[in-house]
Structure formats: structure tokens, C-alpha cells
Ligand binder design. Sequence first.
Ligand SMILES: Nc1ncnc2c1ncn2[C@@H]1O[C@H](COP(=O)(O)OP(=O)(O)O)[C@@H](O)[C@H]1O
Ligand SMILES: O=C(CO)[C@@H](O)[C@H](O)COP(=O)(O)O
Length: 578
Amino acid sequence: MASDSPLYIGFDLSTQQLKGLVVNSDLKVVHVAKFDFDADSKGFPIKKGVLNNEAEHEVFAPVALWLQALDGVLESLRKQGLDFRRVKGISGAGQQHGSVYWGQNAESLLRNLDSSKSLEEQLEGAFSHPYSPNWQDSSTQNECDEFDAALGDRKDLAQATGSKAHHRFTGPQILRFTRKHPEVYKKTSRISLVSSFLASLFLGHIAPFDISDVCGMNLWNIKKGAYDERLIQLCSGAFGVEDLKQKLGEVPEDGGLHLGSVHAYFVERFGFSPDCTVIPATGDNPATILALPLLPSDAMVSLGTSTTFLMSTPSYKPDPATHFFNHPTTPGLYMFMLCYKNGGLAREHVRDAINESLKDTPAQPWANFDKVALQTAPLGQQSPTDPMKMGLFFPRHEIVPNIPKGQWRFTYDANTGNLKETTDGWNSPQDEARAIVESQLLSCRLRSRDLTVSPGGGLPSQPRRVYLVGGGSKNKAIAKIAGEILGGVEGVYSLDVGDNACALGAAYKAVWGIERQPGQTFENLIGQRWNEAEFIEKIADGYQKGVFEQYGQAVEGFEKMELQVLQQVAEKGDGDDY
Ligand SMILES: Nc1ncnc2c1ncn2[C@@H]1O[C@H](COP(=O)(O)OP(=O)(O)O)[C@@H](O)[C@H]1O
Ligand SMILES: O=C(CO)[C@@H](O)[C@H](O)COP(=O)(O)O
């Protein structure tokens, strides 16, 4: 490639870090920089990127932290030798659902950014509220109940917005905000999602919401392609519909829209070209499905702080247990998603417990976890007549299903259907390495089975391929178990970019936004340039006859186990009952 050929940057503003990844028009990665919130930030008492108010089940992140991180990542890219003049387009991905509350002076502070000062110095005062509610927050049960009831019940809400009410969704969060901080809400000029916040910084004015990420609010009526008036009415509380609509702003349909040129701050401070164009940033999960030309028969599992299961599909089949979003680039397609709060951090608890029980601190912290997980038989069954061991391991209030934190261990006899809550026969924590991975993946299989089809040849319904992405995708033990449980006729794959899939998807979105021909879809453009042999690697077998069917029986027990736990917590007046 010529030394002045175009480059594109995708940013990923996730829970624990901000990444910036640069690609060329051939989709090859040429630079990656990362700012780890806990390790690299100064002045924020955060842990794993967030702050907690346990008493109210609140989880939130300081917005100024992200300003510090953005200058930090751009500085790292400069040190790596990135020639910013070549960057033709920028897009991004933000952790979903988080909201940023801008003060009255926001537009003027953004417009007048001074390149001799840092973003943090200049914009610290641009917010009416210094914190962004995080997707791990579960403070909004009352508001969720009101959202579910607003259109009838949770099924009706899911039908309209793609999801039932969820604690982390922005609509219930805004409603709670109007009640907890009415004076601050009154002084708020605009509300951004984390994705549109990121785009706003580059633009130097407040960017609109993205057509996919807006579906994570419980406010957008997907089939109507507009805000749902009844939900806006509810969410605006005492402040009125027009006021809220003005705070939220318009939502352009085109995910490749040219929002405008990068602000002079970035031109003067880092050497961007003044005609570098900002393309809408989307949610981190929608961006992840853009990291490759994903087919409707494929599944992606993102093993980040959260575990998410993602598919691209032409069918809109909303259900209270799942999520549907508009596809980030392609009208007529949807993104199907399951999201587990107890993903990476829950697996880390088991990993640490195993290392502790072995009194070992291995150089590769996952070494013991992996060894034990692979030594354990599927479902802990030494022989087919043994009962299956299965459990739920939730150090945090879980989303799917809505169950408060806790641990539950069961045995299940698939022949008799007998399910028993017991720790008998469990060797904890060793048995939990395999059990926690199985638990997360059995839940994915249970909830995605209606979207998968038989690949033919008499094989059972399953994905064509399973792609693993996110921090946990480098773990071969998890990949092996994923293939055994989810299947995948062609196998389990990881992306060459490892845990940077989300930033890569954002960078590809920028390539598409700038280089597409009129009417050219994302799939078409990326599909033509995609170099499969170079970009992905098969890391585990997928469908294996026998074990796949064994896990098929386990799914039945797993469903029963969840229902039993849901009933127990409902009797205690905790959680809810879908
Ligand atoms: N070798 C590994 N095996 C399993 N999990 C891992 C491994 N390496 C990193 N992880 C997990 O990856 C998570 C971070 O994933 P990442 O996708 O980078 O985060 P984010 O959610 O912030 O985007 C950590 O919580 C960690 O548990
Ligand atoms: O809440 C969700 C999706 O609904 C999470 O997936 C967030 O989008 C944060 O993701 P990571 O930081 O784990 O990537």
C-alpha cells in the first residue's frame, strides 16, 4: 500500500478500557493502542473501570475518566508513529446503555475546544452529572416494572422495543435519574449514549444516537422506526415529553452517515487531516458483529467483562428473555443478543478460588482453571448413569435470568428428569471451572435454539460456525467446551485480532461509511475485501456427535434448574419471574 493510502480508526470505549485500532482499506490492522482504566488512569478511585454504591445497587463510571483515556490512546498512537493525516474516517463502539448527562454549556465547550489543553481539563465542567450509569447497575427494578406495564406487559414491551425492561437499559435509568436528581435533570441540556458521547468528542458538537445502539434504551419502537410516544411519556416523568425528546435528539437511519469533520482540536493536537470524517459510533455488541462478514447461520460469543451471544438475522422474533436490535449497518437485518452480567468476572472468581485452593499463583493465571476444566468430564459425569452436575454462579445480580447474586449447585438425572439442589458429589472449587463455562453456554444454547437451523445431512439444528471474541477468546479450554455445547458444523473460530474484535468492527464501519459505493451494503464491501485465511483461525472442533446430544439433554435440566431458582427467589421477594 502507498505510504499515503487511507487509514481508518475504530475506538472501543468498553467497561475496563478504551482501545483505538487502525486499519487500511484492505482491512489489515496497522496499529492498536489501549488505555486500561484501572492501570493507566490518574485520579479516579475506580475498580474494573467502575464505582459502586452497593446500598442502592448502583454501578457507574466517571465520565472524565473517558476524556483522559481518549487523549491517552491518541497519544499512544502518535508514539507508535501513526500518521494521523492519512486517517480518512473515525467510528467507534461504546459499552451499551450507559448515559452521559451534558450541562447547559456543553455545546459551547465542545465547539471551543483548545488544542493546548487536555480534553479532561476543558470538558470536566461540561456535564450536569459527573457519572455515567453502567450496564452492571441494577438500581431500577421499580422503573422496569413501570416500563413493562406501560404497553401491557413485558412481552408487549419486547415486541415494541426488542427487549423487555432491563435494569441497565437507558429508559429506566433516565426515569430513575429524573426522580433521584430532579434538579440536575432540569439542568441537563442533552443526553448521550456512550457511543454518541464518543462521536460527540470528535465532532465538537453533540452527535445523534446510532440506529442500533438506540435499541438499548427501551424507548425506540423498532418496527415503527421512531421513539415510542407512550414510553417517552413515561420516561419523561414530571418534565414533559417535548423536553425529553429535545434531550435525546434525532436518530438518523444510516449507520454510515457522514456526521461531519473532526474538530480542529484533533487536527491541531494530533495532526488529523481537517477533512477526516466522523461516522456514527455504535454499541460495543453491534460493533462486534461488524468484525467479519457474519452470516445469519453463524453465532458469535463475546467473552468480555460481560458474556454476550450474538447473531445477525433477518427474523424479528422478540421475546422477554432475549434482545433484538436494529442491525448497525444493514436495514432489514437485526442483531439478536443475549447478555450475561456474570461473564469474565464470574469466571475469574472461580479461577482465583482454584489457584488459592492449589496454593499456586501461575505465571499464566488461567493455567490451573484450564487444566481442571479439561480434566473434568462433561457435566461432571464419570459414567452415563451418573447424574449431571450443573449450577448457577452469580457474584453479581444476573440479567439472564433476572436473579440476585448467589450460587446454586444441582444434580440432574436426565433419565428420570429428577433435579436436586445439592452440593453432594461436588468437589468445589475444582468442579466449578467446567461447570461455570457450561452454565453460561448452556444458557446460550437454550435461548438461541429457535434461531438455529439444521445444516442438512440429518444433523441437528446448530450454528454453521461459532466465532469467539473478547478477552476470553484466547482460552482454548473455553473454546473446546463451546464447540461441545453449541456445536458449529464448521467449527469454533477466533479472530486474528483476539480481544479487539469490537474496535475492529468499529474501524470496518468507518471504512464502509467512507468507501462504499451508492447502495453498497456493509456485507458486500467487507465480504469482497475479507481475507479469511489471514483473519480467522479454527481453534476447536464444533459439532461432535454424542456430546452435543448429551448437552441437549442437559439443556432440559438447565431450564428446570433456572425455573426452580427463579421460584425460590420470587418466594423470597427477590428477582422476577420470566
Ligand atoms: N486467557 C483467558 N482466559 C479466560 N478469560 C480471559 C483470558 N484473558 C482475559 N480474559 C478475560 O477477558 C476479560 C476482558 O475482556 P475484554 O473483551 O478485553 O473486556 P471488555 O469487556 O472491557 O471489552 C477479563 O474480564 C478476563 O476475565
Ligand atoms: O450491557 C451490555 C449489553 O447489553 C454489555 O455487553 C455492555 O455493552 C458492556 O460490554 P463489555 O464492556 O463487556 O464489552
